[in-house]
Design a protein around this ligand. Structure first.
Ligand code: PGA
Length: 250
């Protein structure tokens, strides 16, 4: 059985002090209560060190929101996988739709980032998802399949990979995909993985859902057969809500 994974993506929110406070509150509320589910939090880069110290002895994983694909060098404003590793990050998110939409990420650059992270032994959460226009044109499956295939190009082993299906129209909008709508896309992603890697890797791969997950809809989403947890934006900025979502998965 796949262990569910719930990750809070804090995006460009919280100063270091605010992030530390949030991490402490989450830790306190979760206590030892996270057995059934893997939990991670992804603060912005400046807060990784302090948040990392707070959760160091807990089961909560430190997650970064992005990484560059080069080892090091003249890439102003970028952060390497080795830097993230040195801060104790267990996972890095790549290909978030906000990166694709505002920062020119393509399936090709997502693939480079993913491969670099895996080659350094870091686990990766790769995001995929269609825009509203694509959904309305009936090409959701084609778009998502393409993102999965191109994002995973030349990746031989899915051991360190988690996928996150995040319909762009559901992110930060309050509009959630219905559990059935999400399940349909998750099942099609798993079918693509089965085609690429075979049965066993497809059964083992965890696929998170993201896009306006809240305490009120989490349990229903997580009860779907191919939804293995969530990538949580807005609701992860409040300890109570995030912990309620984690408990819905555990
Ligand atoms: P949201 O964001 O929960 O605020 O919709 C999800 C995400 O972007 O990962």
């Amino acid at each position: 059985m796949r262990k569910k994974i719930v990750v809070g993506n804090w995006k460009m929110n919280k100063t270091v002090a605010e992030a530390s406070e949030l991490a402490s509150a989450i830790l306190e509320q979760l206590g030892n209560g996270i057995v059934g589910c893997e939990v991670g939090i992804a603060p912005a880069f400046p807060s990784l060190t302090e948040v990392g110290k707070i959760i160091e002895w807990s089961d909560i994983r430190l997650v970064a929101q992005n990484c560059h694909y080069q080892e090091e060098g003249a890439y102003t404003g970028e952060v390497s996988v080795r830097m993230l590793e040195s801060l104790g990050c267990a996972y890095v998110i790549v290909g978030h739709s906000e990166r694709r939409q505002y920062f020119g990420e393509t399936n090709q650059t997502v693939n480079l980032r993913l491969r670099k992270a895996l080659s350094e032994g870091m686990q990766v959460i790769m995001c995929v998802g269609e825009t509203l226009e694509e959904r309305e044109s009936g090409i959701t499956e084609r778009i998502v399949t393409e993102q999965v295939r191109e994002g995973l190009k030349d990746v031989g082993d899915l051991g360190g990979v988690v996928l996150a299906y995040e319909p762009v129209w559901a992110i930060g909008t309050g509009k959630t995909a219905t559990p059935e709508e999400a399940q349909d896309v998750h099942a099609s992603i798993r079918a693509t993985i089965q085609d690429m890697y075979g049965d066993l890797p497809a059964q083992h791969l965890r696929i998170q859902y993201g896009g306006s997950v809240k305490p009120s809809n989490a349990a229903q989403l997580f009860s779907m057969p191919d939804i293995d947890g969530g990538l949580i934006g807005g609701a992860s900025l409040k300890a109570n809500d995030f912990v309620a979502i984690v408990k819905a998965a555990g």
